[in-house]
Design a protein around this ligand. Sequence first.
Ligand SMILES: C[S@@+](CC[C@H](N)C(=O)[O-])C[C@H]1O[C@@H](n2cnc3c(N)ncnc32)[C@H](O)[C@@H]1O
Length: 226
Amino acid sequence: MKTNLIETWSSLSTEEDTMTADHTWIWCEMIDAINETNLSDVDVLDFGCNQGGFLRLLHDLRPFRSGVGVDIARRPVAIAETLKGNRPISYRATTDLSNLGTTFDLAFSHEVIYLIEDLYAHARQMAAVLKPGGSYYAVTCCHRDSPLWAMWRARIEEFSNVPVPNHCIADIAGAFRKAGFVVSARRFVANAFVPLGEPSDYFPTDADRLETYSRWKLMFRFEATG
Ligand SMILES: C[S@@+](CC[C@H](N)C(=O)[O-])C[C@H]1O[C@@H](n2cnc3c(N)ncnc32)[C@H](O)[C@@H]1O
């Protein structure tokens, strides 16, 4: 699956630079939620890594053997490379996973799957790079079943340098089942404290924040069978 690379995902100067701070509590929840605890002999992929913060955090909390972060956008990947320190991580600007030369026990994506036009092609590409029994955790609240999505989609379309499809939960689950994965999902936060704040473009009220994170943000688990 090859798509042309871009320089940045967002045409807004601040959007990508604030994502690490905004997403750190969410990445902590993702890491807490996974079934796998000891990652010392695990190879990890982060699909749509942007500036690489998820893998840095994962390695700091649960050290893994090796990690690869890929993204369609060149600039955030270059920034990720400068921030990785001595961690065993490489960041690559590519959408073609077949040339990474490695396979993975675990893969993640956070708020990327909603930007993938052809979900079945994405599912097949992930099946090809996961080891048998490996799992891909994909997290998103950007789907048609969520009441705020229509408003968010219109906003994201204004700055996204890639098209913004309009998938529903069943589209995502169906594409991965068709590609041979065992598909399950959980609501994202059940008991965690959700940071509240002033009204924003994404969350008109704190009630919207709570509803979105506890009801509409989902963590899919796609388990590779063969
Ligand atoms: C909303 S950002 C999320 C970034 C990061 N995962 C996080 O949690 O902060 C979406 C990311 O997906 C990347 N992306 C979009 N389409 C992609 C594709 N087809 N292949 C790889 N990355 C893609 C964008 O460049 C952007 O970095």
